[in-house]
Write a protein that binds this ligand. Structure first.
Ligand SMILES: *Cc1c(COP(=O)(O)O)cnc(C)c1O
Length: 375
């Protein structure tokens, strides 16, 4: 703890017990195995500590976006099954095999690339077939996937462990899109039955699916953001008792009185109408605290909510306490989390910044030390 970087007054605290509690709530609801999605540094919570914790909680499987993320998990000693969700590049197949990572195969051409590499290395690949049921991102279109499925199921070099698709609108409980995607996915799976191949694990549900659409749970679910206690869409109603795992904290580094009409920060976009007490907080967009929060966001100091004023700088931003607000240097500042009776959620920050909670969480970068609480 003498490391000055981990001593930075700005820090993220991750409550690992909240993650376990959310996982328990999800499992109790869906009653099928869970593939916990830990891409993008576990949604900003820290890839390795979160993955280790999930493994200690008996997680069935982990999912990441890129092969590099899977390799980092294996190098850290993680032993659970890991699926790489993103599109595979041909030259990467050897890396998947070497690190025992499951491959998303999203086209016939990619299937052939996997087969060529596995045959050359004399080692079978474990794959999940990706069907596009409406996202138009990666995957074989459900309406023309017959030949792809037949080729995969008869491949000597691939073990077909899973078949899956991704939901485009599951954060919206009233969207008709999800029912259509469920139907298209069922049609794709019917090809497997038709050729008499064993049915692999069928998985479809992201957090939105887990929260709002039981017909998407199938044989396994793939929650990401919900496991961290954050809603996929700020307006989502809570159908599960989830606890936010991440808090973002800092401390007052400077206090001053700004005279009426004297503008604050770059561009001189804001000035107090009357003399006002203004404090400076040492975190900025260089840490991933969005510049879009300029004169829009708020923070908690001494249990009260105060407005961010002027433009967010790379490393600092200012907060107006008004004529009578009080704060001292080193007072705790809560950017995300709870102080006294007040809380600011990641969803609140996303609304103020005009974005989604995912972008807020994954934007918080390596410059901010992360501390882990449990037990
Ligand atoms: C990111 C991702 C998920 C998890 O999404 P959440 O909305 O965070 O639950 C699941 N499946 C795939 C394919 C993904 O890319």
């Amino acid at each position: 703890m003498s490391d000055p970087i981990s001593q930075r007054p700005t820090r993220i605290r991750v409550d690992l017990d909240a993650i376990s509690s959310n996982l328990r709530a999800i499992r109790a609801r869906v009653n099928v195995p869970v593939m916990a999605i830990v891409k993008a540094n576990a949604y900003g919570h820290g890839l390795l500590p979160v993955a280790r914790h999930l493994q200690s909680q008996g997680i069935d499987q982990l999912g990441v976006a890129f092969v590099e993320e899977g390799i980092a998990l294996r190098r850290a000693g993680l032993t659970v099954p890991i699926l790489v969700l993103g599109g595979m590049f041909g030259p990467q197949v050897a890396q998947y095999l070497e690190h025992d990572l499951e491959i998303t195969v999203s086209s016939l051409a990619k299937l052939r690339q996997v087969e060529a590499a596995t045959e050359a290395l004399g080692r079978k690949a474990v794959v999940h077939l990706k069907i596009d049921t409406g996202m138009e991102r990666i995957g074989v279109h459900s309406y023309s996937c017959g030949p792809f499925i037949e080729a995969a199921c008869t491949s000597r070099w691939c073990t077909i462990k899973g078949i899956y698709s991704h939901l485009a609108c599951a954060d919206d409980p009233i969207s008709q899109m999800t029912a259509q995607q469920v139907e298209r996915f069922a049609e794709a799976c019917a090809h497997i039955e038709r050729i008499g191949a064993p049915m692999p694990i069928r998985h479809l549900a992201n957090s939105g699916g887990v929260l709002h659409f039981p017909e998407t749970w199938l044989d396994m679910v793939r929650p990401g953001i919900a496991m961290f206690g954050v809603m996929p869409e700020p307006a989502s109603h809570h159908t599960l008792d989830l606890r936010p795992a991440l808090s973002l904290l800092s401390q007052v580094v400077y206090f001053k009185v700004v005279k009426a009409g004297h503008p604050v920060s770059y561009g001189a976009t804001w000035a107090p109408k009357n003399d006002s007490r203004v404090v400076t907080i040492p975190i900025g967009y260089g840490d991933g605290w969005p510049r879009a929060l300029s004169s829009r966001g708020s923070v908690l100091i001494r249990g009260e909510r105060h407005s961010m004023v002027g433009r967010v700088c790379m490393d600092q931003f200012m907060v107006d306490l008004g004529a009578n607000g009080s704060a001292y240097n080193e007072d705790e500042v809560v950017l995300i989390g709870t102080q006294g009776n007040e809380s600011i959620t990641t969803e609140d920050v996303a609304i103020s910044a005009g974005t989604i909670p995912y972008e807020i969480l994954t934007g918080l970068n390596e410059r901010i030390p992360r501390l882990y609480d449990s037990g």
